[in-house]
Design a protein around this ligand. Structure first.
Ligand code: F6R
Length: 611
């Protein structure tokens, strides 16, 4: 994922730009660059493939200084990771741009601008922006005015920043689908795609909203909203408590990370959704070409990440009509595997360093898969480096050993994959993609509503504190959600928990049910609800105590031995993401009641880099 840093000050800002880029390295990137307006009024640029340290070395070897500049880490989408494709891009050595996101109509704009005499130096979609601005400046000489006019021509997602030799006292920025934050200093101001990049220079931030255009000078910040009205955005003071490596107001990292989910899901979606479709280029420059050939998917992962893969199988087959197999990496790597033609190998991992998953990827390379895609939370991990394509889950660092926000961002990424494959292959039913894109946009708010169940779930947790065994039931895509619920409970509370597809109950596990064995069930309002209700009767008839997380419209209510906790209604396809939240909260509160080490449960490690 790309990163942006910008600065306007009275001091040399080169070091600030480089430090900012270093702080964004965790997002993953393949090249880095900066452009600075020198005291002579000249735009100077340094770009390098590889690490920010290479860019830094280039600046040391050939110093560049100035009081206005922009910088970028690029994750290739259009055009290979080369120095020529790295940002900033220039037009006529007068205007420079850095850009996160994807300009979907870049081809049409490129042709139009070529017709106006512009010569393109890169294969990027970004370069059309800078030439378009250069051209617009001829009739609208003010940079902010030109940007306001030019963005009306851009389709897609962007967070972008521009500087020009003609107005050396300012940088301008626009946000649509890709986040930007202004950092407020004393007599100097900054811009970045993530406030993390600016912590070394300020603790006061102003977040741009969708459609905002900003003009940032040393002593003034002006912002216009989508409708062109000048607006004030709130200044937020950053407190140390918000730091990832700090629990802040929460008792444990796990609870903090559970509550971060609306925000990190939002971040994982940003820059990846067009108006009514998923932006396929978000998976990398070769994604569209590769996806067009995919006829099967093989997913490989471990633990929680494996459960995310299991949910994806339901989605890929039911929504995109693409056959999918899922396997735990430690099995896959040692098995003689028969690979179907045109199969995409997908690995899922929070850390990107899990030994079994990495070994499976390495084996897969020998087995004749069409290509490999990593869905991963660490941009600089081995899994990402060794895969053909990557989609980063932007969950941020996960400290609690039990995976929570990594799982939900994996699910969101896998839904994006489902929609992208269905779109490219033409297998998605008409209108389904647009509908689900709309639902995805609403998802962070729905997750927020689910988190409001916190106190209710805390109360119900008391039922489990003295129990030794629990069953989790689900049907369809909720079966892997039940598996994940069971894994969370056993990991941190040490209560034995098993998950079953509810229909399997009478084929064996029902023998275990008695009044000492609570049965947890996830019951969204879908076509399997009636069948699930009969399964619940089977449990009640044996004296089993039921805890049911049910859709508010499911028609289930409390009764003797039956505790129904209502979950906000959500589109069926996204229900696995929403229902995960109460199960995470349940395991957390049971563990707290049992007094276990929630963030570092016994015998477990966060990143399993050994076999
Ligand atoms: C469970 C958990 C583990 C990991 C598994 C894979 O809460 O965190 O089951 O999911 O060890 O790790 P990654 O995703 O890093 O490959």
């Amino acid at each position: 994922m790309c990163g942006i840093v910008g600065a306007v000050a009275e001091r040399n800002i080169t070091a600030i730009l480089i430090e900012g880029l270093k702080r964004l390295e965790y997002r993953g990137y393949d090249s880095a660059g900066l452009a600075v307006l020198t005291q002579d009024g000249e735009l100077q640029r340094r770009r390098r493939i590889g690490k920010v340290s290479e860019l830094e070395a280039a600046v040391v070897a050939e110093p560049v200084a100035g009081r206005l500049g922009i910088a970028h880490t690029r994750w290739a989408t259009h055009g290979a990771p080369t120095e020529g494709n790295a940002h900033p891009h220039f037009s006529g050595h007068e205007v420079a741009v850095v850009h996160n996101g994807i300009i979907e109509n870049h081809e049409a704009l490129r042709e139009e601008l070529k017709g106006l005499g512009y010569v393109f130096a890169s294969q990027t979609d970004t370069e059309v922006i800078v030439h378009l601005i250069h051209h617009t400046l001829k009739s609208l000489p003010d940079l902010a005015d030109a940007l306001k006019a030019a963005v009306k021509r851009l389709h897609g997602a962007y967070g972008l920043a521009l500087i020009s030799t003609h107005q050396p006292d300012r940088l301008v920025a626009a946000r649509s689908g890709s986040p930007l934050v202004i950092g407020l200093g004393l007599g100097e101001n900054f811009l970045a795609s993530d406030q993390l990049a600016l912590r070394q220079v300020t603790d006061r931030f102003m977040y741009l909203e969708e459609g905002d255009i900003a003009e940032i000078r040393r002593d003034q910040v002006r912002i216009w909203d989508q409708g062109g009205r000048e607006v004030q955005r709130e200044t937020v003071q950053y407190h140390e408590g918000a730091e990832a490596a700090d629990k802040g107001q929460y008792r444990h990292f796990m609870l903090k990370e559970i509550h971060e989910q609306p925000r990190v899901v939002q971040r994982t979606l940003e820059g990846r959704l067009g108006t009514d479709h998923v932006l396929v280029q978000a998976f990398g420059p070769q994604a569209a070409e590769l996806f067009a050939k995919v006829r099967n998917v093989q997913i490989v992962a471990c633990g929680t990440s494996y459960h995310a893969g299991m949910v994806a199988r339901y989605w890929l087959e039911s929504l995109a009509g693409i056959p999918c197999q899922v396997e735990v990496a430690s099995e896959f790597r040692y098995r003689k595997v028969v690979v179907q033609p045109d199969t995409l190998f997908v690995s899922i991992s929070q850390s990107g360093e899990t030994a079994d998953t990495l070994a499976a990827l390495r084996n897969a390379k020998e087995l004749g898969f069409l290509g490999s895609l990593a869905i991963c939370n660490v941009g600089i991990s081995s899994l990402v480096r060794e895969s053909d394509l990557t989609l980063l889950t932007l969950a941020g660092p996960e400290i609690g050993v039990a995976s929570t926000k990594a799982f939900t961002t994996q699910l969101v990424s896998l839904m994006l994959l489902t929609l992208a494959l269905g779109q490219v292959r033409g297998t998605l039913a008409a209108g389904v993609e647009a509908e689900l894109v709309e639902e995805l946009r609403r998802l962070p708010a729905r997750l927020g509503e689910a988190l409001a169940m916190d106190a209710t779930v805390e109360k119900i947790a008391e039922l489990f504190a003295d129990k030794h065994h629990t069953l989790f039931l689900g049907r369809g895509a909720q079966y892997p959600v039940a598996m994940e619920g069971a894994l969370k409970l056993k990991e941190i509370s040490y209560i034995h928990a098993e998950a079953y597809p509810a229909g399997e109950l009478k084929h064996g596990p029902l023998a275990l049910v008695d009044n000492d064995m609570p049965v947890v069930t996830v019951a969204p309002n879908n076509e399997l609800l009636e069948k699930l209700k009969s399964n619940l009767q089977e449990v009640r008839a044996r004296g089993g105590e039921l805890v049911v997380f049910a859709d508010e419209q499911a028609g289930l209510s409390n009764g003797e031995g039956t505790h129904v906790i209502q979950v906000p209604h959500i589109a069926d396809a996204l229900a696995p993401i929403l229902y995960t939240i109460p199960l995470q909260l349940l395991s957390y509160y049971v563990a707290v009641l049992k007094g276990t080490d929630v963030d570092q449960p016994r015998n477990l490690a966060k990143s399993v880099t050994v076999e």
